[in-house]
Design a protein around this ligand. Sequence first.
Ligand SMILES: [Zn+2]
Length: 340
Amino acid sequence: MSNEIVLPILPTSVIGSYPKPWWLRKVKRLWEMGKADDDDLMEAENDAVTAVVREQELAGIDIPSDGEQRREEMVEYFAERLGGFKFYGPVRVWGNNYFNKPAVVDKIVYKEPITLSEYLFLRKVSTRRIVKVTITGPYTIADWSFNEYYSTKEELVKELSSIINKELKMLADNGALFVQIDEPALTTHPDEVEWALELIDRTADNINAKIGLHVCYSNYRLLMPHLDNLRNISQLLLEFANRRFTDLDILKDFPLEIGLGVIDVHSKRIESPEEVSQAIKKALNYIDADRIYINPDCGLKLMPREVARLKMENMVKGTMIVREELKKRGREVTIFRTRM
Ligand SMILES: [Zn+2]
C-alpha cells in the first residue's frame, strides 16, 4: 500500500552530504589518536546532525538529510560494515588524493543494518514529515572495489544488490519514506549501463518507500533508453547547474520524477534566487511541475559551511518565486508517493 503525503509543489531537498562543523573534525581526530572515546565521538556526531538538520530546515528545505555527518567516504562506509571486504591501504585516485580502495576477498555478507541508526536519529531531530536517507548503490561499490572473489563484475553487483535490498527493507519497515541510491560511477563503462540499471532497480524490489537514484557528472544520454524499464525507482536526481542547464531537453518525455540540480556544488559563487527560478522555468518547458523536486547538483560537503547555507537559502527563495507563479494557476501541491 502506497503512502501519500501532500507537499508544497516543487518540494525542495538536498542530495545528502553537508559540510561538517569544524569541531566534529577535531573530535574525530582526537578519537583517531585515542584521546576521545566512542561515546565522545557519538555525542559530537549527534550534535553535528542536529545542527545541520536545523540549518537545512531554517533555510526552508522540505526534505532534509543528516548531511552524512557520520561518514567519511561513500564506498568505504558501506564496505567497512559488510562481511567479505578487506582494505589493503590507500590507492592514489587523482593528483594527491588517496582513496582507501576496498577489495572483495570473500562472499559478501550482510552482518547488521548499516544506515538504520542514522535514519532513526535523523527522524528524531527533524521536524519535517519526510526525511531522506542516502545509500551508495551496488554498481558504484563494485566499480570502486577490487573484485578478487566473484567470477564477474555482474555477479558482484548482483550480490550487492540483494544485500542492499535487505537494508532498504529494514529502513522502510522502520518508517523511512524516501531513500536515495547514489551511483556516481553508473555511466563510467557505457556497455554496462543496461544491466547495471536493472540490478540497481532490483535493490528496491518490494520496498514501500520512494526510491530515488542520483547520478552526477555523467553522460545522461546513456541512461535515457533504459528508464522505461525501471519498476521501482521513481525519481532520478541529476546535476544540471554545473553543465549550465545544457541537457534539459532530456526531460522531454521523461518517464520519472526529476530531482532537478539547480545549485553548482563545485563553485563558491552563490546563485541568486532569480537564477534558480529561471532554471526551474526552463525545466517546466519539458516536464510538468508535479514531477519536479528541487535540489543542489550533488552533496554540498566540499563547500564552506556558510556558502552551503546561503546556497540552500537562495535555492528555496528561487523555488518560492516559481511557486507563487504556479499558485496563480491553481497549482499548489505535489503528492509524495512511496510507491510508483
Ligand atoms: Zn553527486
